[in-house]
Structure formats: structure tokens, C-alpha cells
Design a protein around this ligand. Structure first.
Ligand code: FES
Ligand code: FES
Length: 157
């Protein structure tokens, strides 16, 4: 319709097409148009990390990303990281280390952690904490999240 933009992109490996208001955020498109509600809306203004997803393999805050900018891109959400029935190693590590309490921040924490685990230059506890500092946990699960990330990093170059 008038004023709408057509956007074709991939979400968790599937081609999706949306016609959306140019102001619609990726967060709202995921939750309200694509029923992918694993990505959470915390602050909706870039300050909590609950909405973290990947675009072309790098983490982004979906509340600050306009859907209209995603033509041809690949989006990955928490629903897309497991390999069939097999959890992603970072998901497994969060379970092994009780990396969550209420769970609200968890999908964002995990999507950030998936990238941090792959970052070779992030090694020490302080570097991991710094790299994860955009993901707020109101329950204070930080020590367990750190342990989970360290487990997931083990054995990586
Ligand atoms: Fe996006 Fe808080 S909901 S950073
Ligand atoms: Fe509750 Fe992080 S587990 S906000």
C-alpha cells in the first residue's frame, strides 16, 4: 500500500517478504509480523540488549534496526541457532551454568555470547564482561553468564 516498503530478507534461513511501514523496527517485525517472540523487548531504545539478534552474522540491537534496511540480508534469531534438536553450544553452556533466572534477558545474552565466543581477541574475564556489557540482566546472573561463555570458548582458538 501507499507509504509501505517491500523488503525481502532471510530469517533463520527462510526467505521472508514483508511490506512494512518504513519506521517499523526489526524487533517489532520479528515479534508481531513473523511471530518470532523469542527476541524480547526490554527498553526498546538501545539500552538493555534484550532484543539482540544477528544480521549477516554480526550482533545488532533489533529495536534500533529498521526493517526497511534489511533488503537481501540474513537475520538470525534465538529460534535459529540450534541445529535441529541439538542445542547450540552456547545454549548448552547457559543451561550447564544456570546462566539465567527469570529468562527475560536470556535470548539477547545468548545471541551476544554467540558472537563473543567467536571473537579471538576477547579472552580474559574482564574482556568478556566488557564485550557483554550491553546486555543487562536485572536478576544479576552475570557470574553464571560469564562461566557459560568461558565454557563455550574452551577449546576454541
Ligand atoms: Fe533493544 Fe533494549 S529492547 S536494547
Ligand atoms: Fe532475569 Fe536476566 S535472568 S533479567
Amino acid at each position: 500500500g501507499p507509504g509501505l516498503v517491500e523488503v525481502a530478507f532471510k530469517v533463520n534461513g527462510e526467505r521472508r517478504k514483508l511490506s512494512a511501514d518504513p519506521r517499523v523496527t526489526l524487533l517489532d517485525a520479528l515479534r508481531e509480523r513473523l511471530q518470532l517472540t523469542g527476541t524480547k523487548k526490554g527498553c526498546d531504545r538501545g539500552q538493555c540488549g534484550a532484543c539482540t539478534v544477528h544480521v549477516d552474522g554480526r550482533r545488532v540491537l533489533s529495536c534500533l534496526t529498521l526493517t526497511a534496511t534489511l533488503q537481501g540480508k540474513e537475520v538470525t534469531t534465538i529460534e535459529g541457532i540450534a541445529d535441529g534438536d541439538e542445542l547450540h553450544p552456547v545454549q548448552r553452556a547457559f543451561i550447564d551454568h544456570d546462566g539465567f533466572q527469570c529468562g527475560f534477558c536470556t535470548s539477547g545474552q545468548i545471541m551476544s555470547a554467540v558472537e563473543v565466543v567467536e571473537e579471538r581477541e576477547v579472552r580474559t574475564d574482564d574482556q568478556i564482561r566488557e564485550a557483554m556489557s550491553g546486555n543487562i540482566c536485572r536478576c544479576g546472573a552475570y557470574p553464571n553468564i560469564l562461566d557459560a561463555i568461558k565454557q563455550a570458548k574452551k577449546g576454541r582458538p
